[in-house]
Design a protein around this ligand. Sequence first.
Ligand code: FMN
Length: 201
Amino acid sequence: MSERGGIFAGDDPFEIARAWLAEAKASEPNDPNAIALSTVDADGLPNARMVLLKDIEDGAFVFYTNYGSAKAREIEAAGKAAFVLHWKSLRRQIRVRGLTEREEGEKADAYFKSRSLKSRLGAWASRQSEPLDSRTALMAEVATVTARLGPNPPRPPFWGGIRIVPTEIEFWADGAFRLHDRFRWRRDGTGAEWEIQRLNP
Ligand SMILES: Cc1cc2nc3c(=O)[nH]c(=O)nc-3n(C[C@H](O)[C@H](O)[C@H](O)COP(=O)(O)O)c2cc1C
């Protein structure tokens, strides 16, 4: 492994990801933590949508969602997911592939509590990814849960975090003449040693 320094320095890919995200927070106009999350359905047909990356911790990338949603059901059936982070101003991307598990303990409770009351009630009211008759029906459901749960709703049992524990992380940075820099961290299982390689652009 040669010539890996600067923004790619260090052997811990989570530290590099945290450092790049911190830089992106300073340079991107909005949602620097938005990730394009990819799953596969029962027929093997890929699916993608944006979600917000909320934590990089304990060896995992964590986002929050409704466990009844299409994405969560696809993830739970496959036990796997992938995502890409792209920063247009920094001209960098991070790609992650890995195995998934739920984050539904105290950390999920704490994150839920940190959200605005309207967002917390919205999480209770929305049967995410299910057909909806009208916006009026959704607002009626919001009114119902507001009356039922009051000003301090608990985290819904159907809502929480999903941890993606990577087996592969690639860091990509724009280079002159499309000769971009790519470095991939890869391991056989989530506890195994990382193998680090430079890749052709
Ligand atoms: C920038 C952005 C951030 C989003 N963040 C989240 C999120 O953190 N969690 C979530 O469940 N949906 C989020 N969404 C909505 C999802 O893209 C998607 O519409 C929704 O989760 C339903 O997806 P599904 O039917 O594939 O499960 C976000 C959308 C955008 C555009």
